[in-house]
Design a protein around this ligand. Structure first.
Ligand code: GLP
Length: 241
């Protein structure tokens, strides 16, 4: 209806719309770090927007640290990591992007028969075989997370295929996860987890559950992660409907 349209339009002016579009392009990698943007005038012409609109959108993104302006040279996509909660990345991706050295300490790595819960999460039939990992995830000396991952054995024939990173193993097998469902909640580390993580019992953490899908709908992982509460910032962009 007309009123709704008007308030929506007021809520998202043209520069805000352009700002979001550019932000998405950066987060999706359509615009990559270091890449130069066309000039304000050119961009305005291209998108049929006023120069003021373009300038405002760019100023916003410069303020966010996503773009940077070099005197006389123009506007560039900033070379820094924005960890978006809405992007499908791995523990290894996130840490490498911060210049850290991610590792896995395997507490468990075995093949077994799927449990009813796992069968539901992975869309498997009872009796199917799965590969299970329980890993301590570290950067240098610091323990950052504990992760329990279950993968259908039809996806990972041999548990040893995962050396450090699960997603690297998928990549080597030519499997491209395209989508995931994730759920997050606050937890307190229990005594056993705290011991493994070298934390005090009851320390705050984030529990993250993820089911990851391939394009063809197959579920390739069901992972329950327990992240240190004090080591991560999860950033998400929220949009009105
Ligand atoms: C994150 C996700 C997990 C995923 C893991 C893969 O921690 N929450 O669901 O299994 O990344 O990371 P890597 O490829 O380093 O094993």
């Amino acid at each position: 209806n007309e009123f709704r349209r008007q308030t929506d339009a007021r809520r998202a002016p043209a520069y805000e719309h352009l700002r979001r579009t550019l932000q998405h392009a950066i987060e999706n990698g359509e615009l990559t770090a270091g890449q130069a943007l066309p000039g304000e005038r050119e961009l305005g012409k291209l998108l049929d927007l006023s120069r003021v609109t373009v300038r405002k959108a760019i100023a916003g993104l410069v303020g966010d640290g996503l773009l940077l302006q070099r005197q006389g040279a123009g506007t560039f996509v900033a070379e820094r990591i924005v960890k978006s909660f809405s992007k499908l990345t791995s523990f290894t991706d996130d840490l490498r992007a911060r210049g850290l050295d991610p590792k896995s300490v395997f507490l468990e790595r075995a093949i077994g028969e799927v449990t009813p819960d796992e069968a539901m999460a992975l869309n498997l039939s009872p009796g199917a075989q799965v590969v299970r990992y329980y890993r301590l995830r570290t950067a240098g000396d610091q323990a950052l997370a504990l992760e329990r991952t279950v993968v259908p054995q039809s996806v990972l024939a041999d548990p040893e295929l995962v050396v450090n990173s699960l997603y690297d193993a998928f990549d080597r097998l030519g499997l491209r996860p395209t989508r995931a469902l994730q759920r997050l909640r606050a937890i307190a580390f229990d005594a056993e987890q705290a011991r493994l993580m070298n934390l005090a019992e009851g320390s705050p953490g984030l529990f993250i559950e993820r089911r990851t899908f391939l394009d063809d709908g197959r579920v390739v992982e069901y992972t329950r992660s327990f992240y240190r509460g004090d080591a991560y910032d999860f950033v998400a962009e929220l949009q009105s409907e």
